[in-house]
Design a protein around this ligand. Structure first.
Ligand code: SF4
Ligand code: SF4
Ligand code: SF4
Length: 317
């Protein structure tokens, strides 16, 4: 797949050029592109999602986040995007003139939050290891005490996930941490526990991948069992299989992610970026090696990259 300039620059930043002088280059780095031994994640199936937004409310409750309204009135489509107050969001794609769900001509829902990348650019970009990938579960967590507010993670993330508390005197970076406080007590992520249809399903990443493949092999229109809340739980529901597009989003994008998605509408139409299979961290490692070999001081390169990003995007992120 062709790598766009923006993606390339994000990759270079994600690879840690800016952090060449950080104390311990290995600290907090991901263990690689293979999922950690007990990697957990979420499989979201847009064909099962009814757009109820129960997961959004459950996420706020579980993570002590305030309600948020984009406009003056608390209408159904508020809030409209991830923010420092909203860790997950359910968006709607629609052609506007056809009422059939999960078709390009019709409409589809899509749930967005941190992808928990196998080789996370945000972790690599953070100069003080405030973002860490758990070596056992693979969950990408954030430590406010370590954060210096540089926002390099925001620039590095290819999915535009981390948000910054601009309104706060002591701002934090805000993103989904897969409800790691609930996982620590043996629970599952709140969005999956609350989802009434099983559209958001918690489980081990390897098993979620297999479940996604099982669904892709289903005959559209035939009735099958679909687990609810978590893979391996006793609860399941029967649904007619959707007409999936032949892709598990997150299986290979930027080295793979622990949040996987299935849908009946191409993912670029759902706002998910088309990304290369190679992780930005690995891509940048190669570039970094070449630069060191040429004895070019990395911060000079960093200055040029930041200038290009700001110039190209007007400082928007
Ligand atoms: S989606 Fe972005 S914030 Fe989440 S782990 Fe990947 S790089 Fe980090
Ligand atoms: S895993 Fe937890 S923090 Fe992440 S979107 Fe779901 S409820 Fe929110
Ligand atoms: S709770 Fe489940 S069905 Fe409702 S919007 Fe969230 S993912 Fe979709």
């Amino acid at each position: 797949m062709k790598i766009e300039r923006r993606d390339f620059l994000k990759g270079v930043l994600g690879g840690g050029l800016l952090l060449a002088a950080a104390a311990d280059p290995a600290a907090g780095r991901s263990p690689g592109k293979e999922p950690p031994p007990n990697a957990v994640g979420i499989l979201y199936d847009a064909t099962l999602c009814i757009g109820c937004q129960v997961c959004v409310g459950a996420c706020k409750q579980a993570n002590d986040m305030p309600a948020e309204h984009t406009g003056p009135e608390p209408l159904w489509d508020n809030p409209r995007d991830l923010s420092a107050k909203t860790l997950n969001i359910v968006k709607k794609y629609g052609s506007g003139d056809y009422p059939v769900k999960d078709t390009v001509a019709g409409y589809s829902f899509v749930k967005r939050h941190c992808m928990h990348c196998l080789d996370p650019a945000c972790v690599s970009a953070c100069p003080v290891s405030a973002l860490l990938k758990n070596p056992d579960t693979g969950v990408v967590t954030y430590d406010k005490k370590a954060c210096i507010g540089c926002r390099y993670c925001q620039i590095a993330c290819p999915f535009n996930i981390p948000k910054f508390e601009w309104h706060s005197a002591t701002p934090r970076i805000v993103k989904c941490q897969l409800c790691s406080h609930l996982l620590a007590k043996g629970g599952i992520s709140a969005c999956c526990a609350a989802c009434p249809t099983g559209a958001s399903l918690f489980g081990k990443v390897e098993e979620l991948r297999q479940e996604a493949k099982r669904r892709l092999a289903m005959t559209p229109g035939e009735v099958y069992d679909f687990p609810v809340a978590a893979l391996g739980s006793r609860e399941s529901q029967q649904h007619r299989a959707g007409r999936y597009i032949r892709q598990v989003y997150g299986e290979s994008e930027v080295g793979g992610t622990q949040y996987l998605l299935l849908a009946g509408v191409p993912f670029d139409k759902l706002g998910l970026p088309a990304l290369p299979d190679e992780s930005f961290v690995a891509l940048a490692d190669g570039i970094q090696y070449a630069i060191y070999k040429g004895m070019v001081y990395p911060l000079v390169v960093l200055g040029g990259l930041i200038y290009m990003i700001r110039k190209g995007e007007g400082g928007k992120h």
